[in-house]
Write a new protein. Sequence first.
Length: 653
Amino acid sequence: MPIQKWLLFLILHIHLHGLILAQAQLPDLLYSSCGGDGNYTENSTYQNNLISLLSSLSSNIDKYGFYNASIGQNSDMASAIVLCRGDVELDECRSCVNNISQKLVQSCPNKKEAFGSYDECTLHYSNQSIIDTRSFSTQFYMFNTGNASKPEEFNEELRKLLDSLRGVAANGGPLRKYASGNATGPDFQTIYALVQCTPDLSPRDCSDCLTTTFGDMPNCPCNGKRGGRIIGTRCNFRYENSRFFEDVPLEAPPPSGKDDKTARTVIIVVVPIAAIVILIGCISVILMRRRKRKLVDEIQSIRGDDISTTESLQYDFSKIRAATDNFSNANKLGQGGFGPVYKGKLPNGQEVAVKRLSADSGQGDLEFKNEVLLVARLQHRNLVRLLGFCLDRTERLLVYEFVPNASLDQFLFDQVKRRQLDWERRSKIIGGVARGILYLHEDSRLRIIHRDLKASNVLLDAEMNPKISDFGMARLFTLDETQGNTSRIVGTYGYMAPEYAMHGQFSVKSDVFSFGVLVLEIIIGQKNTCFRNGESVEDLLSYAWTNWREGTATNLIDPMLKGSSGLVRDIMRYIHIALLCVQDNVADRPTMAAVVLMFSSLSLSLPVPSGPAYFSHSDISPEISLIQEYNSRSSESRELAKTKSISSSRIQA
């Protein structure tokens, strides 16, 4: 037995070194992400389990290009999920899986969790149980540099094509959830697209995953481009203006019978089944009507004194259809992940915004009821106000107050409109969002975690006051609850706290993390998902932390904001607070109450932040020159607060 154990160890050791030696021969990954959940040590049980698991993937993958497995128990367990593109032949798939199994270990040495992708396959491994986790987080984007002609028309045709493919993929069965196709865009250009889920997802989960991924399009640099892709842990899609996929052969049908006996057998089987299907259809209609009635009754339990309107919470569908001119494109304000939003005018002259949920959007009764029940009870100047809802057959509508300046992202990420956002307005927006989140966490009758705070969910009224919107993903806590867990992870990658994106754990500190990312975006003036540093594209949090430690944090300030030294000191304090919010350790992040206090009290000393989540440059030597310089100015800032405190007066307003 000792000799056998020694031989097993030697084989594993040789295999590991074989992976390292093969590095020069392996193609570069399109993308890799090394999880922040700790490292494993050399020759540990976990390392042996991981190597054994990865070496078995290519031989065990089925002809449909999918395999998942786990080896070991408890802290030594290694889990992996591998997926090949649906049109890739089995031999090419196995070759890709063999390469990625080696390359990802090299790219993320000694990391317990990693995600990587080639063009033909993706691999995700972890020391956590990921096989049964429904994590729908986006991992990365890629895009064609060419712009689409007539981008609005192009995006509309692309959306229709992706929606149709989503239904086909979701209903693809337990072996393959993949669909590809094409459509004609503006100027007769052909749009080719494919969508895919891991086949272990249910049809509903696959549809939800793709809906969430489609919803990331506004944040993706591929938006308005002739081609692009968004790759997630459980699903992905890609589109181009030229064909990039192969046809998938249909499964051979079973051989037909050659005598009347087979025909009689078919009739005997089919007729009862048809009768059962008709019966089930009738029962489904009855249950659907009961479900709608129950949903309306639950929502109608909210009385008019919960919202500041004299009209009933429920609107008549014909009234909303008339208000939006039959949902005309001329009144369309935008397209969200769950459906379009239209501007409307009620008979009394009041302007409203109407969110029309698509029947196949993935936002079901739970999310619809969640948004109505929560938002109707919330009253704060920095939260968008829900006026009512409408249920009519398959139609589900949410009616909000109309906010004329649309969303923050349309100003912040537009080179021309961003000039309207001077520091006074930006700090006013930051302060308003902070107060709105604080109200959700501590000051309302409910304790609510938003879970999807981002620039596109911050609306701006006529005076550029911020209003937080989109509560479909929000979760209600009791007063004694501090955190929750979910296996259905939804939201926007880049704003997600790492503990939520990786393991489904969320708390008030998850919103604090998202708020910190949003503050950095507002100060820098760029998206966190496609932050551009000169000619290169890198992660915004890594860039911010590197500059902070190296004493060059003024590089983070939007050139449109750079002015007097007093203004720069004000902005530097906001950067400091944002970095406190995005710290990797959940316990180190401040509460929103502490954040609001930090903004409003310049005399309050701020702790030194630790490294943010997703930061991968841990080998940078700790530089504290900026921190020392910043702290040395604290006494000057206290004096400055007596005579000039733009941010303080706005936060307290």
